[in-house]
Every structure is written in structure tokens, then in C-alpha cells.
Design a protein around this ligand. Structure first.
Ligand SMILES: [Zn+2]
Length: 135
């Protein structure tokens, strides 16, 4: 499953729409329904309207009924490990049950880092915080 996720992220990167940064990113996510969804970054002339690959993949899954994210693979530049931006970390947190999600930061099909949400987003703000009404 891990290798499949990584290879699909690499493939999704080819679909990136990034005419402004020329920085292509691909992502693949595994949800609790056993399905894998992919996404790429999609830029916009109005830069703020740009969407990252991770969120494209997650939104793709959620719009198909997925609710619990189990694993995500992400690939950006070929010469370094590209981690999710802050907004994507927050979105990963939203769909990771109890923060339990495997995160693969991929350089190529054989070179990747495996990390956790707690490592890249410690002390995250979640729906539990809303339930507590800040108390
Ligand atoms: Zn992002």
C-alpha cells in the first residue's frame, strides 16, 4: 500500500498546474474506505486562489464520501523533501482520527521520509477544542 501511494503521488505530480511557480507537487491519500485519491497543485493568476496538492487530494476523497485519512504521500521538488504547508497540515489534522495518519515525504520512489502528524503539527487545533469551547 505504501509503495502504491508513493507511486501514485509521483504520477499525480505530472498533472500539476503551476505556470507561475513552475513548482510541481503531487499527493496521494488513503482513506478508511480503502480507496486512494490523488491531487496536484493548481495555481491561479490570483495567487491566493491556488490550491495545494495535498488539499486537492483530500478534498477529492472527502467529496467522494471519505472521512478518515489513514495515510498521505507527497512529492515536490526532486532535490529536497517537500513538507506540507501549514494550511495543509491543518486540513490533514481535520481528517486524521486521533492524529493517526502516516505521512510520507517523498523525494523519489525509493527515497522518502516517514513522519507523523504529531511531529509536523504538535499541539494542533481540532474539533475537540471547539467542543471544549476554549475552557
Ligand atoms: Zn499546502
Amino acid at each position: 500500500m505504501k509503495d502504491q501511494l508513493i507511486n501514485l503521488a509521483i504520477k499525480a505530480k505530472e498533472k500539476a498546474y503551476s505556470p507561475y511557480s513552475n513548482f510541481k507537487v503531487g499527493a496521494a491519500v488513503l482513506f478508511e474506505n480503502g480507496k486512494i485519491y490523488t491531487g496536484c497543485n493548481i495555481e491561479n493568476a490570483s495567487y491566493g486562489a491556488t490550491n495545494c496538492a495535498e488539499r486537492t487530494a483530500i478534498f477529492n476523497a472527502v467529496s467522494d464520501g471519505g472521512r478518515v485519512l489513514k495515510a498521505i504521500a507527497l512529492i515536490g521538488g526532486p532535490n529536497n523533501y517537500t513538507y506540507p504547508c501549514g494550511i495543509c497540515r491543518q486540513v490533514i489534522s481535520e481528517f486524521a482520527e486521533n492524529g493517526d495518519v502516516k505521512i510520507y515525504i517523498v523525494k523519489n520512489s525509493t527515497d522518502y521520509i516517514e513522519t507523523t502528524l504529531e511531529e509536523i503539527l504538535p499541539g494542533s487545533f481540532t474539533k475537540k477544542d471547539l467542543d471544549n469551547k476554549g475552557e
